[in-house]
Design a protein around this ligand. Structure first.
Ligand SMILES: *[C@@H]1O[C@H](CO)[C@@H](O)[C@H](O)[C@H]1NC(C)=O
Ligand SMILES: *[C@@H]1O[C@H](CO)[C@@H](O)[C@H](O)[C@H]1NC(C)=O
Ligand SMILES: *[C@@H]1O[C@H](CO)[C@@H](O)[C@H](O)[C@H]1NC(C)=O
Length: 375
């Protein structure tokens, strides 16, 4: 486009004779200079207009960048996956360390070591399945009792990962007042710097379904275009914001707890790559044949339940060196936060200490866990 030779702030020369007021049409007709006529605008007015134009351009660029992020979407094209790890059968638990320290999530729980877990039968593996449960043998009159927390298990995989396609066969999810079970990935010694990916998580009666969530260090947002079937919650993944709610996605009611278990559970598939992180949840009766056939291809699965694209979150730098974690926490930060709306009576520590029967359904039963990686 052709540009005027007149700079902002200058009065165009062809108007100058009118501006100085020595006899233009309006002067001649005896009226004063009309404000709407540019020919009579002062230098100040032209500077003002120039400033407004510059501000408009700056806003325009900012809006353009934001809109660009809103409409852009990463390239999730097909990767060629190869099976790397299988955790399965009687040796399932050999792939994990048993965490025994003080619970970093503030739970009312005693995580036991492998020996104690076996003795109390809190971890049990057969050829077909692995079971991880909360102790139900200890009541108020027992010695020891559960007055300082109940026995449970937290497993952390010995192998750590920087990406991959994770296929988890889950047959039974734990539920019951006082429980906070999760199937997730993180690097516990570098949290939240190395990120956290929650694949399955619920609390108490788990009647609201499965929650899938990322927790990160700063500068990871999901206020961008996403392709997912489930409902977005918060969109800032920064663990220091929103009381560490993370950026979550809420599944339907039957994606965790008794409804899920009554359908025989299903497959959780989580793909973690530089383009983004996606989670699919397949019910037992609708597992894609490429998963069963051990040639999984997410590009054929359709829209994910949860989509965390890398558009405004550099997945490659926010997620590193994660272990797979399977645990059942009792009480803890998240449970205390939702207790009043959980439909559970009394308070959480009272239930954990005195009601072993609240934990009869508090067990994970899983088939195999498989990790594929792209060549
Ligand atoms: C241990 O737990 C498993 C799984 O719940 C169960 O099948 C088995 O009978 C239990 N073993 C004992 C000795 O109670
Ligand atoms: C990776 O994670 C493991 C387990 O949390 C930790 O011991 C190790 O120091 C981490 N390595 C790096 C390079 O961060
Ligand atoms: C929880 O409930 C028990 C039993 O009713 C009570 O003794 C205890 O003080 C309560 N704790 C809290 C923190 O409210």
């Amino acid at each position: 486009m052709e540009r005027s030779s007149v700079k902002p702030g200058e009065i165009p020369s062809r108007y100058q004779e009118f501006a100085v007021g020595s006899g233009g049409d309006y002067q001649r007709s005896g009226s004063s200079a009309p404000a709407w006529d540019p020919r009579y605008w002062s230098k100040k007015v032209w500077i003002g207009i120039a400033v407004v134009i510059v501000i408009a351009i700056i806003i325009g660029v900012a809006v353009g960048v934001t809109q660009g992020k809103k409409s852009s979407y990463p390239d999730y094209s097909q990767l060629s996956y190869t099976l790397k790890d299988t955790f399965q059968g009687e040796t399932f638990f050999d792939n994990f360390n048993y965490f025994t320290g003080f619970d970093p999530a503030g739970g009312f729980v005693h995580y036991v070591d492998a020996g104690r877990a076996q003795q109390l039968n809190l971890t049990f593996a057969s050829q077909d399945a692995a079971v991880l449960k909360v102790d139900t043998s200890v009541g108020p009159g027992s010695n020891p009792d559960a007055s300082t927390g109940r026995f449970s298990v937290r497993l952390e995989s010995k192998n750590t990962y920087n990406n991959g396609l994770f296929i988890f066969d889950v047959r039974h999810t734990p539920f019951g007042c006082g429980t906070w079970p999760a199937l997730w990935l993180t690097d516990p010694s570098n949290w939240p710097k190395n990120g956290e990916i929650d694949v399955m998580e619920a609390t108490n009666k788990a009647s609201d379904g499965n929650q899938m969530t990322l927790h990160t260090s700063s500068d990871c947002s999901m206020s961008v275009k996403r392709k997912q079937t489930d409902k977005a919650l918060q969109t800032n993944c920064d663990a220091t914001k929103n009381s560490n709610a993370g950026c979550g996605v809420q599944g339907a009611d039957n994606t965790f707890g008794s409804a899920y278990n009554n359908n025989g559970g299903g497959i959780m598939a989580m793909e973690w790559r530089d383009a983004g992180i996606r989670v699919w949840q397949f019910a037992r009766n609708s597992i894609p044949s490429d998963i069963t056939g051990q040639k999984p291809d997410p590009s054929t699965w359709g829209e994910a339940a949860a989509d965390f694209p890398s558009t405004d979150c550099d997945v490659a730098s926010h997620f590193k060196n994660n272990s797979i974690i399977l645990n059942i926490d009792l009480c803890g930060d998240l449970v205390y936060g939702v207790w009043d709306s959980s439909g559970c009576s009394s308070n959480c520590t009272d239930i954990v200490a005195n009601n072993p029967q609240s934990f009869t359904n508090a067990y994970w039963e899983v088939g195999k866990f498989q990790v594929y990686q792209a060549l």
